[in-house]
Design a protein around this ligand. Sequence first.
Ligand SMILES: [Zn+2]
Length: 168
Amino acid sequence: MTLIGLQYPIFGPEISCPHCRQLIPALTLTDTYLCPRHGPFEADPKSGELVHLQSGRHWRLWQDEWYRQHTHPDGIRFEIHEALDRLYTQGYRATRVVIAKRYQDLISSYLERGTQWRTGEGQKLRLYGLPVEFSPDAETAPCWDVINFNLEKEPGAPTRPPYFRMFD
Ligand SMILES: [Zn+2]
């Protein structure tokens, strides 16, 4: 007889709900965590992901933060736009966005292309007017297997940056 009562899903006896951040418990003898507001989430020991059963959304964990895993380009574009919005309200201006390499195929055809006229170099990719680069491989920098993008920033400009106008 084993002490199965002591076994928890891969993320432990409780997690913070990816939606509301409330601490939610694992259900005994299952891979499920139950949020009273958002319903069941299932931990998948094979993929290391947390799946919201009602929406089918997937998350991975990095340094106690959940990162939604996108399967559609609109999902990641929307998340980047929200982050730009937050930066702006904190008084910063984004100068560049680095997107995880695992999304390169998904998002590439949705990026704007402009020729670098000054240097005559190849085409530069842009999103919301910002230069885009892709991250290093996740083998060299494991965080890029989980996080979605990183915004480089500088203290804010006095005028609204151009990416806001696209959504006015
Ligand atoms: Zn919740």
